[in-house]
Design a protein around this ligand. Structure first.
Ligand SMILES: Cc1ncc(COP(=O)(O)O)c(C=O)c1O
Length: 386
């Protein structure tokens, strides 16, 4: 039996967790002023790069004594630079509770061949944050994009720690309050919460991180695109817009547009409020429907950007893992086919379910329009089962 379809469709069906949808006011015209065909080291290019750095600082309230650099290879580039440049000076604790955090552990253990104390939790949970020893360097992800579990705040990090904290904050920055005084290295990319392009990563360093970079040289070689120091001193230029290698000035222009848009939303606090309200639409939907639930068990850890949902209906829970995955993929596929929601299947390594982005470039009305379609797709899939 074919279920009748809801009348209203989201205006914008883009709910991907990265690249995320662009602000509604975006069009290709936003890139008209890009410094194309000019050297990024000419004043016009350097001004734009420095503008991107300082506007990021203002919007996110990053302390003036922190360094902000634009680096190659999106968030992954920024994280890898930090891991390869800083680790090895003291003990290491790594936290992981989903795919990206687990990937960083694999890198440090298998590639750098360093010993780590690994605090691990299953999808849906956080590891015991009280068990982390901050005398060591600590690597963690603020918002686990593939499980929709985030740390609630920075209170678990002591102010007087001896080690450095290295935080992958790519799906948290611009949507969650990052405790800058507790973070020594923070990374994020342009393609997430602001809906920018993926080319470049942001690397934010506290004075303590800079001190480590200037006092410690790793035992392994570093490729040019990872090198942050020269002759034992920080390469200051990287943090003033003199990038290590050639950036995409088209991507830079796009980021500058996104930053202006972010200012118009009320900076960080406006962006956080928008993501919270978006997430609230899905929280109401989950409360009203007993066949679906958050993957994140503790409400205090539920992401307001990458909302991961699991299907709890007993008829689906009784299926084997492959059949559960097929069912959930069927819902995502059906909604894509209808042009109602793109890219809302759970991440490939995560438990079966749905993942819906609720960062501030998504409009609340589009989430409100989506939820009846989720019910429609679920019921349609159920009829296909029988
Ligand atoms: C937590 C986290 N870390 C790292 C990445 C990789 O980001 P990028 O592809 O921008 O390097 C992602 C992408 O989704 C992510 O969610």
């Amino acid at each position: 039996m074919i279920k009748p379809r809801p009348d209203i469709r989201p205006n914008n069906p883009q709910f991907s967790s990265g690249p995320c949808t662009k602000p509604t006011t975006w069009s290709l015209d936003a890139l008209n002023d890009a410094a194309l065909g000019r050297s990024h080291r000419a004043a016009i290019g350097k001004d734009k790069l420095l503008g991107a750095i300082e506007t990021t600082r203002n919007i996110l309230n990053i302390p003036t004594d922190y360094k902000i650099g634009i680096v190659p290879a999106s968030d992954t580039g920024a994280v890898e630079m930090a891991l390869w440049s800083l680790l090895g000076a003291r003990g290491i604790e790594m936290l992981s509770w989903e795919s990206f955090g687990a990937g960083w552990v694999t890198d440090v253990v298998k590639q750098l061949k360093l010993d780590v104390t690994h605090h691990q939790a299953d999808y849906g949970q956080l590891p015991d944050l009280d068990a982390v020893n901050f005398d060591n360097d600590v690597v963690f992800t603020w918002n686990g994009t593939t499980s929709g579990v985030r740390v609630p705040n920075g209170d678990f990090i002591p102010a007087d720690r001896a080690g450095l904290t290295i935080c992958d904050a790519t799906s948290a920055a611009f949507a969650q309050d990052l405790a800058w005084d507790k973070l020594d290295v923070t990374t994020f990319s342009w393609q997430k919460v602001l809906g920018g392009e993926a080319a470049h990563g942001m690397l934010v360093l506290s004075p303590r991180a800079v001190e480590r970079l200037e006092s410690y040289t790793p035992a392994w070689p570093l490729p040019k695109i990872f090198r942050l120091t020269k002759g034992g001193k920080l390469i200051e230029g990287i943090f003033k817009g003199a990038t290590i290698n050639t950036p995409s000035m088209l991507a830079v222009e796009d980021y500058l547009f996104a930053l202006e848009w972010a200012k118009a939303q009320g900076d960080k606090d406006g962006l956080i409020a928008k993501a919270d309200a978006n997430m609230g639409v899905l929280a109401d939907f989950v409360s009203a429907n007993d066949w679906i639930d958050f993957l994140a068990e503790d409400p205090a850890t539920r992401s307001n950007t990458s909302v991961c949902l699991k299907i709890t209906d007993p008829r689906i829970a009784a299926l084997d893992t492959d059949a559960q995955a097929t069912f959930a993929k069927g819902i995502a596929g059906l909604l894509e086919q209808q042009g109602v929601a793109y890219d809302i299947g759970s991440y490939r390594d995560a438990p079966a379910g749905l993942r819906i982005w609720t960062g501030s470039t998504v409009e609340q009305a589009d989430l409100e329009a989506l939820t009846p379609w989720l019910i429609w797709a679920f019921e349609t899939q159920l009829t296909n089962l029988s």
